[in-house]
Design a protein around this ligand. Structure first.
Ligand SMILES: Nc1ncnc2c1ncn2[C@@H]1O[C@H](COP(=O)(O)OP(=O)(O)OP(=O)(O)O)[C@@H](O)[C@H]1O
Length: 764
């Protein structure tokens, strides 16, 4: 499946290879423990995390699909180029070199990344081990804590590098084997213990305990380090034993297929080995240094984009938890790289567990795994960026030594004093037993004396010297409370207090466990809240967009309608202006004719033109006024009629002498009011010329005028005809009012001026 031969280096690559070789080998010599396996010790102090990059070979899927290309180019042993520039095709135009450029294509990033060591696709795990990991054995033997962790996207080769397979063992089995080989050569008493756990969905599980429903374990802070309570520790007798333990743990690890990896590990796995080593005696004196070191091999779960997860909810939660913990790890890496005081280790279980390995007392190696294919372009880019940041992290390393240097004389002295102490204690025990016996006898004698009068004394059984007797209470036998008894009582009290203390500890552990569980729940809740908030914000944004789109489309529609109406209005205005101009022109042309004819036309047509103008100007107002007048007249008619009826009623009552002074006063009051109002009469209907009638009459007059004109001889002039009297005009158009003091005269627009004798063109 794998093993595509590495592409032949292009001329450009070869050039950079030769160029880079010198400085890089220099840099490699500075890498220290990682560069040379022989350098087995490190100086205490601060040391940077060593970061290796491993590029796995392309797999069959990537090779078969011609959509994918390689985006990681291993240039040298410590240098890679991400998204390198491709060879450009060129041509010459007017003697100048030109390149073909596809403007639709994204420009390559062409970024260089430096690491302590870069392993290309052709390099085996054994190369990684020999060149970068093997050196950790020496550090472990010298009492330094060591950590190796693999980081990268899903399917990038983390598990392959860390655990491998029987054919291609990973760095963990290689390291374990070598550790045992080295320990065997040491002249020392060695104690090796191991544990294996996984963090799955933010729960810690022991991988070395068989259980159908594994109980999540709690993390406990222990000063600078973090402990896992109830985690099982196993003492492997040999390297093989240790390998079988590791194998058993691997089988229990949570795995599910992902897009990129059919056997993807969906949990972070932490394999820890504790090595305690005490040098054996050499001669009279012995070196009593006990070296303790912890080795942590961490295989992180691979990050995966949410889009790549299927619709499966549990897979989604799994992916979200993995990404959350990797994000927390990234934040810790950033904080440590920036040298910040506060590092957010508490944000996830993974970072809490890695606290000792990142920025603590530990030699740490990070193996960043990447795939060469651009199918996981973003993941690879992120891994390279994180790995580069991690290079800046400084750990403070120190040996874990417990000094137990004692000379032989001192040991002999210690032994003598211990023997003396034992003898003292034995003597004390004998004395106490004697005393107990005496007390018991005394008590029995006391009982015998008191019952002697009733019963004959029974022979007492011989007391056993070792038999425990209950202590007499102070009330029963105050004299018997010797210092020894008091001491025993004190011891019992201490025992009781210790028991109570143990209960309290248990209660404390339960409470702390519950607290950590709640903290985890709270973190989960916060995370879910953040995710939901983001979703809602996104929905809100989308809604805003939709509203904006609606408003915009409404604006566009209204704008179109407005434009349409404005165009129509413009045309209408233009037409109006044009027709007005035409009317003016016609009147001007009329004025050019013979004045006599003009005056005749003026006399004949003037009133009609005038009325036409009025109709145009005041037609609607006139109609409204007429309507009001009709209403007023109706009210007045009703008033007059009811007055007549009222009068008749009054007289009838008077004839019957039934008019009370009050009715009389009301009648007179009404009478005076009617007299004051006067006799108001209205014309039945205004004679408002409607346009049609006016036009017909106008046409008729025009015909008459034409006939007159045709009949007359040319030299004969017209006699000026008298204009219609202003009275008659007024009578036609005005409301007739007689003694109507309370009625207001009509407003100007309701009055039509009588004919003035000439066409008033200015009023049009
Ligand atoms: N250097 C390599 N040489 C050959 N095969 C490799 C190499 N690295 C990885 N592989 C293969 O690639 C596949 C995925 O590798 P692996 O399971 O180690 O990925 P991973 O990073 O652990 O993924 P996940 O995070 O999903 O568990 C496996 O089939 C493995 O055999």
């Amino acid at each position: 499946m794998f093993g595509r031969p590495i592409k032949k280096a292009s001329p450009r690559k070869r050039k950079s290879l030769t160029l880079k070789h010198g400085p890089s080998s220099k840099r490699l010599s500075n890498v220290g423990i990682l560069a040379t396996p022989s350098s087995k010790t490190v100086a205490p102090g601060s040391s940077n995390i060593k970061v290796l990059l491993r590029v796995r070979p392309s797999n069959k899927k990537e090779l078969d699909d011609n959509r994918w290309r390689d985006v990681v180019e291993v240039v040298d042993k410590d240098l890679v180029i991400f998204d390198p520039k491709e060879e450009e095709d060129f041509f010459f135009h007017h003697g100048k070199k030109q390149t073909f450029r596809d403007i639709n294509k994204k420009q390559p990033k062409n970024l260089q990344f430096n690491f302590d060591r870069v392993f290309g696709p052709e390099e085996a795990t054994s190369d990684v081990y020999q060149q970068s990991i093997q050196g950790l054995i020496g550090n472990l033997m010298n009492g330094y804590n060591c950590s190796v962790f693999a980081y990268g996207a899903t399917g990038a080769g983390k598990t392959f590098t860390m655990l491998g397979s029987p054919d291609h063992p990973g760095v963990t089995p290689l390291l374990m084997k070598e550790l045992y080989d080295t320990l065997q050569l040491e002249n020392a008493d060695v104690d090796v213990a191991c544990s294996y756990l996984e963090i799955y969905n933010e729960h810690v599980h022991d991988l070395l305990v068989e259980s159908s429903q594994p109980k999540p374990l709690q993390l406990r802070e222990d000063g600078a380090s973090v402990m896992v309570s109830d985690l099982s520790w196993h003492r492997p007798a040999s390297a093989e034993d240790l390998m079988s333990i590791l194998q058993a743990g691997n089988l229990r690890r949570t795995q599910h297929p992902t897009d990129a990896n059919k056997e993807s590990s969906r949990s972070h796995a932490v394999f820890q080995v504790l090595v305690k080593m005490k040098k054996r005696c050499e001669g009279a004196a012995r070196s009593g240094q006990v070296r303790c070191a912890k080795l942590s091999m961490i295989d992180l779960a691979g990050s995966e984009r949410a889009a790549a997860t299927t619709n499966n909810k549990s897979r989604f939660t799994e992916g979200a938890n993995i990404n959350k913990s990797l994000l927390a790890l990234g934040n810790c890496i950033n904080a440590l790289a920036d040298g910040l005081k506060h590092v957010p280790f508490r944000n996830s279980k993974l970072t809490r567990l890695l606290k000792g390995s990142l920025g603590g007392n530990c030699q740490t190696v990070m193996i960043a795994n990447v795939s060469p294919s651009n199918a996981v372009y973003e993941d690879t880019y992120n891994t390279l960026k994180y790995a580069t940041r991690a290079k800046k992290i400084k750990n403070r390393v120190k040996k874990n030594l417990i000094s137990v240097d004692i000379t032989a004389a001192e040991t002999a002295k210690e032994l003598d004093s211990a023997r003396n102490e034992i003898a003292d204690l034995q003597a004390k025990v004998a004395a106490l037993q004697k005393e107990n016996l005496a007390l018991k006898r005394a008590a029995e004698e006391h009982i015998c004396v008191s019952v002697a009068a009733v019963e004959p004394p029974l022979p007492l059984p011989e007391p056993s010297p070792v038999q425990e007797t209950p202590l007499p209470t102070p009330e029963a036998s105050p004299k018997a409370l010797t210092p020894q008894v008091q001491e025993k009582r004190n011891n019992l009290e201490i025992l009781e207090t210790l028991k109570a203390l143990r209960e309290l500890c248990k209660r404390y552990e339960a409470a702390a466990g519950a607290k950590y569980f709640l903290v985890a729940e709270l973190e989960k809740l916060n995370y879910n809240y953040e995710v939901k908030k983001l979703k809602l914000q996104r929905i809100n944004e989308l809604c805003k967009d939709a509203t904006q789109i609606k408003v915009t489309s409404l604006e566009i529609k209204t704008q179109a309608q407005r434009q349409n109406l404005e165009e129509k209005l413009f045309h209408a205005s233009t037409e109006e202006e044009e027709s007005l101009a035409a009317v003016k022109r016609a009147i001007e042309s009329l004025q050019q004719f013979d004045t006599t004819i003009f005056s005749f036309a003026n006399i004949m047509l003037g009133p009609y033109c005038e009325s036409k103008v009025k109709e145009l100007q005041f037609g609607p107002c006139q109609k409204l006024s007429n309507q009001k007048n009709v209403e007023i007249e109706t009210v007045q008619n009703a008033f007059l009629r009811s007055s007549a009826v009222l009068q008749k009623c009054y007289f009838a009552l008077k004839g019957l002498c039934c008019v009370s002074p009050e009715v009389q006063a009301q009648y007179e009051d009404l009478l005076s009011f009617v007299r004051q109002s006067g006799n108001v009469t209205f014309k039945a209907e205004e004679d408002v010329p409607d346009g049609k009638k006016s036009d017909e009459e106008f046409d008729h007059l025009m015909d008459e005028f034409e006939q007159e004109l045709m009949a007359r001889p040319l030299d004969q002039t017209f006699e000026a005809a008298a204009p219609p009297s202003s009275e008659s005009m007024d009578a036609t158009f005005c409301i007739e009012t007689k003694k109507a003091p309370k009625r207001q005269p009509m407003e100007a627009p309701f009055r039509v001026k009588p004919y003035s004798g000439a066409l008033n063109t200015g009023r049009i």
